[in-house]
Design a protein around this ligand. Sequence first.
Ligand SMILES: Cc1cc2nc3c(=O)[nH]c(=O)nc-3n(C[C@H](O)[C@H](O)[C@H](O)COP(=O)(O)OP(=O)(O)OC[C@H]3O[C@@H](n4cnc5c(N)ncnc54)[C@H](O)[C@@H]3O)c2cc1C
Length: 557
Amino acid sequence: MDSSMKSVPSSSSSDKTNFWVPSLESNEIDRIVEETFGGYSDLKMQRRGEGVAIVWFRNDLRVLDNEALCRAWVSSKMVLPVYCVDPRLFGGLENLQCCTLDGLAKRCIVDSIGLIIDSSFEFKLHSLRAQFLIECLVDLRKNLIKLGSNLLIRHGKPEDIIPSLAQTFGVHTVYAHKETCSEELLVEQLVSKGLQQVTIRPEGQKAKSDQKPLNPKLQLIWGSTMYHIDDLPFTPANLPDIYTQFRKSVESKCTIRGCLKLPTSLGPLRVTKGMCFIGGESAALGRVNEYFWSKDMLKVYKETRNGMLGPNYSTKFSPWLAFGCLSPRFVYEEVKRYEKERIANDSTYWVLFELIWRDYFRFISIKYRNSIFHLGGPRKVVTKWSQDRALFESWRDGRTGYPLIDANMKELSATGFMSNRGRQIVCSFLVRDMGIDWRMGAEWFETCLLDYDPCSNYGNWTYGAGVGNDPREDRYFSIPKQAQNYDPEGEYVAFWLPELQRLPKEKRHFPGISYTKQVVPLKFGNTSSGSSRARTPNQRSGRSNTDIRRWMKDSRR
Ligand SMILES: Cc1cc2nc3c(=O)[nH]c(=O)nc-3n(C[C@H](O)[C@H](O)[C@H](O)COP(=O)(O)OP(=O)(O)OC[C@H]3O[C@@H](n4cnc5c(N)ncnc54)[C@H](O)[C@@H]3O)c2cc1C
């Protein structure tokens, strides 16, 4: 398939399988009502609104600062929270092998086998992210149950499930968070179209036969960024192309809205042990508590953020932010509280600086639409790229012979995470040293990363490949220089490539040493040590990789 167009694949009959909750057409409806609305009686009394609303959970798997949930809550007598396990998200059986959740959760995923994600380079969703998602859902359900609600989880496409539920329950409004990329926008359109086919009678008007039936509405709400889209001092179409201009403008002209505090009680925070990514809002809040308050790492974030080894060099909030278990506005409020109660310094500011990057890429996806997925990127840069599969696979599997690259790629496959430093280095290596089509790298990240997010992933890859909207960010990462600055003792590479542990520290970064005999030939040769000048494949120096040892030496001078 042409990867320049990311599209939603066509439907398949097996998409319709339902489990967790049996078919809605059967006499199980009463059971679902009991299960889902059962504990609501007290809350019902407090509501002002009328009728039934659906909250369609997407990448907002939290109850804190969830505007869709809040709006449904105040506008309706009953709220039906729903998550659709979209078969287009899941790949083959191999994804399940690491899933360790209960049989029910597993069955949910197993039933989607055979429905292949529409992947340009045929990679599938990694088992680790599938597991993280299941954990998010289990936790969301628990948190909703604590509030006297529940989560209805159904397998199938949202455009089939949501209208069918709306019809069954006479839903007046479906509340959901707005997305920005084409696949997600298409699903929104299809759901909206499906709802137009549904008719419900307005509440309290049943007796009046002349009353016109209504269509349920789809209300899409902005909620994924720190800065609200409506508060920006420009329209997305006029978004500055330079990050710094964007940042300065929002910092000086906008305020960040407060977190929506409904519901107010979530029980005690759970602190995660070590760095362990467990899906769900409870673990997300636990990590914020741990990183900011109990470990007190926020005050040194700016000095440690370029690390690669260990749980606390950076916040590690990204997987929870990506699934929406954590609100960026909540992180903002916690930073401000920390600044008041402990210390305000460059480090406390820098977390917000990085979160503004996240906002920026989200708004860029609105301005530049699908071009962020295209080979030439937003600037439509014409460059010749290779799609050499063998070369690519050596990068993907951590077999290039360059320890810094291989260690990072092994970490990604094993954990679903890689540091920001590592991501920049392996991205630069793939596109600039190997000359491989950057979309293959981006798609492999999409497959593996727990924190995969289309805007941040493709935004960063287009920057790394030199096709992003801001040409000034086109930078080359020299391996020897990066090794010297960020892993001078070779601790990181020896952790992921244990064969290197018996080598003296100064030799651990030598290409092809000891753990593999092979060093992949670099199509364009590597570049001189220490350079961070912009390069594109056709501007290469043409040096062969036999020079690497010399570069290592040079870069130490
Ligand atoms: C090639 C490449 C691909 C990437 N793909 C993704 C992705 O799919 N999803 C993703 O969330 N991040 C992505 N990033 C950005 C960044 O690497 C991660 O957000 C960060 O490493 C996550 O670790 P952390 O939460 O400890 O970050 P911290 O350093 O603690 O930063 C705090 C938060 O700021 C945001 N942030 C930090 N750096 C960036 C950045 N460069 N771009 C956007 N947001 C940022 C993240 O939400 C992060 O959680 C990518 C970077 C590169 C170079």
